[in-house]
Design a protein around this ligand. Structure first.
Ligand code: NAG
Ligand code: NAG
Ligand code: NAG
Ligand code: NAG
Length: 433
């Protein structure tokens, strides 16, 4: 009875499931046809999309281009939303859309710049696009391979919360010997020329320092533009531009107030974040632990400013810490290592080793001395052969001295060229009486 009931239920259930599956199929097919049909609806409605007009590119600052265009006068705008697709083709491809008719781009312009724009028509669910209009800026003029190469820049946050900037570069391979380079930096709307250059052996500028800049130390990942042009009697020097992310070229300051001590078998270290406007959570550290006894090196990554580690207490360690920021902004250059701190002592073993070596040296000296003495004695005994002393084998029947004393006779024998010293002691008998 029961099994028949169950079978019946199962049969009904599978039937219903089958119906649901086929309904889903139909629904999906309907959805797909709707999707396929949708884009063709506006064409049917006869709406036309015209590209923007008077598209221009203007250099508005160092490594900055202003893109501007006008809506097409033929474009009817009544019930539609008009936006623009912008596509930067070079030097760095990028795509975005905007409802404005202008846009500012920051890019290195020495190899030119090109971009295109089109109208984007939006109406409820429909989207229509016009053709592209393209515009470009030519590369900056100059002879090939005269621009600088290998440009690298570093910023530092100084104690007075200013940001210093230091850049180095190499003259272009085909730059004449009289080439003179000039460096400019731009940060937001500030542009400044370098006043403090260092030169190579041909007197060409290859290094520049700004001890103070307009760079805001609290800003996150703003762009620093570097522009280097030059002049020469023999060739036109092609300018060079490079963009740097502010935090990515920051040489982070060294962690401060590092203290290290031992607690039983543990090494404990604490320190303070480097001088910086960023809060403590932004920093990570590298902890360098060197075991002076075994020569083992360890570098540990730490994200707090506290550290505890079980160590071998019989060893002496040297410790250094360096910092970098992460999380809050792009990682910069690791700070220098903090000053070396030593902890732990193998003093005990040191002193044993010291005593052992002193003992060893003194023993060696003694042996050497003895050997020298022997040698001298050997020679001496050859020059003046020893007079054999009468051996005291018989008891003196008439001892003339009644003192209780011992007399020792030293007998020197020369046998087989070796030196032996025998001490022959004869207790003087007073038993005669
Ligand atoms: C485009 O530029 C031309 C010539 O510079 C000018 O006559 C015309 O009015 C401009 N078009 C628009 C829509 O601003
Ligand atoms: C300059 O950069 C090139 C390519 O990046 C590299 O191969 C070369 O070693 C660099 N020269 C120096 C002196 O750093
Ligand atoms: C270098 O560039 C600066 C900034 O654009 C400009 O004022 C200067 O005239 C240029 N110098 C040379 C020699 O091209
Ligand atoms: C480092 O320690 C000194 C003296 O203990 C203290 O005056 C100073 O404020 C500390 N520095 C930091 C950054 O906490």
């Amino acid at each position: 009875m029961l099994t028949r009931h169950i079978c019946w239920y199962v049969a009904v259930l599978t039937y219903h499931l089958k119906i649901m599956a086929s309904m889903m199929k139909v629904f999906l097919i309907l959805l797909q046809t709707a999707n396929v049909l949708q884009p063709s609806i506006p064409q049917a409605a006869g709406v036309q999309v015209f590209p923007p007009v008077n598209f221009t590119l203007t250099v508005s600052a160092l490594a900055q281009v202003l893109l501007q265009w006008k809506p097409n006068p033929n474009q009817e705008q009544k019930t539609y939303t008009i936006r623009y697709d912008v596509k930067i083709l070079s030097p760095v491809p990028e795509e975005y859309d905007t409802k404005k008719t202008r846009s500012i781009q920051t890019a290195a312009l020495h190899n030119g710049f090109s971009a295109q724009v089109r109208t984007l028509l939006l109406h409820k669910d429909l989207q229509m696009r016009s053709d592209w209009v393209k515009e470009e800026l030519p590369p900056l003029p100059g002879a090939p391979e005269t621009s600088v190469t290998n440009l690298s820049c570093v910023t530092r946050i100084t104690v007075s919360s200013a940001v210093s900037l230091h850049c180095t570069w190499l003259p272009g391979q085909r730059a004449p010997e009289d080439a003179k380079y000039f460096l400019f930096y731009r940060y937001e709307m500030y542009t400044e020329e370098c006043q403090d250059y260092s030169k190579d052996k041909w007197n060409r500028n290859t290094e520049c320092r700004f001890s103070v800049t307009h760079i805001d130390p609290e800003e996150i990942d703003n762009v620093i533009v570097i522009h280097i042009n030059g002049s020469s009697k023999y060739a036109a020097i092609k300018p060079f531009q490079q963009l740097f992310k502010q935090n990515a070229i920051e040489k982070v300051n060294v962690p401060r107030n590092v203290t290290v001590f031992l607690e039983q078998n543990d090494l404990l270290a604490t320190w303070e974040k480097p001088f910086s406007p960023f809060p403590e959570v932004c920093f990570e550290y590298e902890f360098y632990l060197f075991n002076l006894k075994s020569g083992n090196k360890q570098i540990l990554k730490i994200s707090s400013n506290y550290f505890r580690l079980r160590i071998d207490v019989t060893s002496r360690y040297s410790i250094q810490i360096r910092a970098n920021h992460h999380i809050c902004c792009t990682r910069g250059f690791w700070s220098d290592w903090s000053e070396i701190i030593y902890v732990g002592q193998n003093k005990h073993e040191d002193s044993i080793a010291w005593i052992l070596s002193v003992l060893c040296v003194s023993m060696c000296c003694t042996f050497l001395l003895v050997a020298i003495i022997c040698k001298i004695n050997h020679v001496w005994s050859k020059v003046f052969p020893p007079i054999p002393t009468p051996s005291n084998k018989f008891r003196d029947p008439f001892p003339n001295d009644y003192q209780r004393a011992h007399t020792c006779t030293s007998e020197t024998e020369t046998e087989f060229g070796s030196f032996t010293e025998d001490l022959y002691c004869s207790p003087l008998d007073d038993s005669v009486f």
